[in-house]
Design a protein around this ligand. Sequence first.
Ligand SMILES: [Zn+2]
Length: 131
Amino acid sequence: MAEGTFAGAVNCMDGRTQEPVINYLKETLGVDYVDAITEPGPIKLLAENTDPRVETIKTRCDISLRKHHAVAFAVVSHYDCAGNPVEKEEQMQQLEASIKLLRSWYPEVAIYGLWVDDAWSVTEVVADVPA
Ligand SMILES: [Zn+2]
């Protein structure tokens, strides 16, 4: 079994969002490692839930949860997303829908919705933590 504590990040593939999200999750959740589940603009895929890549996102989240016992998942939206070039307002709706989908997969785990801004700083938009 893997040593250390984990969270899973459903992040964009964008190189500018990796370190901020990893550092944010390590600091706020106190985890040792962050599993990277990346696609271009994953919140668009998850919100629409029609693209076959959604299944592979779930497969990777399953590994993070079942094998690494991830304590939480983060779903990431960000400024200047090449894979999902829509305004922040629409991204916030996609983020909400994405978190609902992850919640339907995993009733038991905390799920956070994050926004990475134009200074590559991370803000928590949604905290969906089961009682
Ligand atoms: Zn992006």
